[in-house]
Design a protein around this ligand. Structure first.
Ligand code: EPU
Length: 292
């Protein structure tokens, strides 16, 4: 039995991924599947494992660059209502993996639920934010995660406490598992105080980052004790272009895609940046973007 039987009505073949990413670049997915709920998803991942078909999860596409050739295998979207529920119980918020981060952060702040202000203006989904521990220097998503529910690649559902998730700088121990939901432990505070902190974080982001351009946020991780943006900037790379991709003149750790850009342009510019930074500063930059 091939994995597709029983999933055909929620599977698209050769489905464009570019419109589903912030970069708007790259080729199609061989299969794009939208499971209806965790049980359906478990069945899908079990079948994919049995038939050795590769599986990827696409969140908001905010930190992903899809290669021009596209991706083989299955890309899963967790956008069915069962993956997008939010339950608030006092200061505990439970959110499905497919919940959009920005409206969630705004809603929590508006209620005076503190802990997510540092996430102001960071696009993504709850699942993606857990997996890569999204955030900035003021704090990360993992700081407020109490437990998560995950599905293993063999289709087994487990609840993990925060210690097991081992949140680090843009990393977690989620690995091959699929995040289903996260329970967040926030603090009650005065809504005005929380909103002021949220506004300040967002304003800082707007001031320093090219939010209106097509990008996927920071391209490289900050090396220990240094800023990738500053290293790239001081290597004289702001504004340098490769095809339709260029180093942002506002923040050098952003590569922005202009009209006509391809994913290869971005990848070639990344190589150029890595080479120049290695030569000028002797530092090896590590990629932060997820490249498919
Ligand atoms: N800087 C420059 N030139 C630049 C960019 C930055 O000299 O072109 C300097 C700044 O002046 C500052 C230092 O580098 O002294 C650090 O810059 P910034 O405060 O902008 O922070 P960052 O370390 O570059 C990090 C996260 C961002 C997050 C901001 C929030 C990483 C790789 N980046 O950026 O996350 O939004 O802090 O302030 O951890 C992302 O994860 O996609 C992302 C954009």
């Amino acid at each position: 039995m091939d994995w597709l039987s029983g999933f055909a009505n929620r599977t698209a073949r050769d489905a464009a991924l570019a419109p589903r990413t912030w970069y708007r670049l790259g080729g199609p997915a061989a299969y794009l599947v939208r499971p209806t709920d965790p049980t359906d998803l478990a069945e899908l991942v079990r079948r994919a494992a049995d038939t050795r078909v590769e599986v990827r999860i696409l969140g908001a596409g905010a930190n992903v660059l899809v290669r021009d050739a596209g991706v083989d295998g299955i890309v899963i979207l967790l956008d069915a209502p069962a993956f997008r529920t939010v339950r608030v119980d006092g200061t505990c918020v439970e959110a499905g993996a497919g919940v959009d981060l920005m409206p969630l952060v705004r809603a929590c702040c508006a209620r005076g639920l503190s802990g997510l202000e540092c996430m102001a203006g960071i696009p993504g989904t709850v699942g993606g934010a857990v997996r890569m521990n999204a955030g900035g220097p003021a704090g990360t998503f993992g700081d407020v995660v109490d437990t998560i529910d995950v599905l293993s690649r063999t289709g087994v559902r487990e609840t993990w406490p925060a210690e097991r998730i081992r949140f680090g700088y843009r990393t977690s121990a989620v690995g091959d598992c699929i995040v289903l939901s996260a329970r967040l432990r926030l603090c009650q505070a005065h809504p005005e105080t929380v909103r002021d902190r949220y506004d300040a974080a967002f304003a800082q982001k707007r001031r320093t980052q090219p939010l209106a351009d097509k990008s996927a946020g920071c391209v490289f991780k900050n090396p220990p004790g240094a800023s990738a943006g500053a290293l790239i900037d001081h290597a004289g790379l702001k504004g340098v272009a490769y095809g339709g991709a260029s180093v942002s003149t506002r923040h050098a750790n952003f590569i922005v895609a202009d009209r006509g850009a391809t994913a290869s342009d971005v990848l070639n510019l990344m190589d150029l940046i890595r080479d120049r930074v290695r030569r000028v500063h002797g530092t090896e930059l590590e990629t932060e973007l997820d490249i498919w």
